[in-house]
Design a protein around this ligand. Sequence first.
Ligand SMILES: [Zn+2]
Ligand SMILES: [Zn+2]
Length: 242
Amino acid sequence: MQMQSQKSLFSWYNELMQLLFPQRNCLLCGEAIEDAGICDDCDHKRRLLLSCSVCATFVDQNEADKLCDNCLAHRRHFKMARAALPYRQLRQQILDFKYQQQTYYKRPFAALLEAAYRQHYQGIAFDAIVPLPITPLRLQERGFNQSELVTGVLARELAIKHQPQLLRRIKDTPPLHSVDCQQRRVLLKGAFLADKAVQSKTVLLVDDIFTTGATSDEASKQLLAAGAEAVYVLTICSSEQL
Ligand SMILES: [Zn+2]
Ligand SMILES: [Zn+2]
């Protein structure tokens, strides 16, 4: 209990510092910038990154506009998945955000998501932004879903309805980083429950990391089963197949 209140005090302090002295440095190179996120030079390089034709996995030039190994093995339920940056470029920031409760990252991360959204999804009429829900156990431990902090900012910036209530995580799963795509799919069965209010909606499903895509694909499957029109996935970062 003591630990918990110290943590939230720390988080609250960071929030206050962010309000008083907003972080205005590029997340990647540290250059001073006007808005939260990354500088123009880093964004220019970011825009040149190539992905699998369906999912958010970054690939090299020879593999661009083709299917990655995971997409070749399984047809995806989401229409498309895109990420802002490779995980290795943001590893520390993501870890600080997820496990050190450094919630002030929500603005720079939302800015990154917005840049990737404008690059890949501009012109699609989204009805709802839904953050990928965390497991009930983790929600109990942390008290909040950190993705939801980012999607709250993103939804305001893009003027799309923020609707976290459309998807719930009803089952805890063991940590998934050490298992392959096929095992993940098995472990994730029954993990999500979508609300029928998602009927006929085009959903932007947002998560922090896209690894094999098994988690966002299972969530997409449930949203579609509940009547969603289409699901697109957007993440802060993703893995690479190089
Ligand atoms: Zn930069
Ligand atoms: Zn793929």
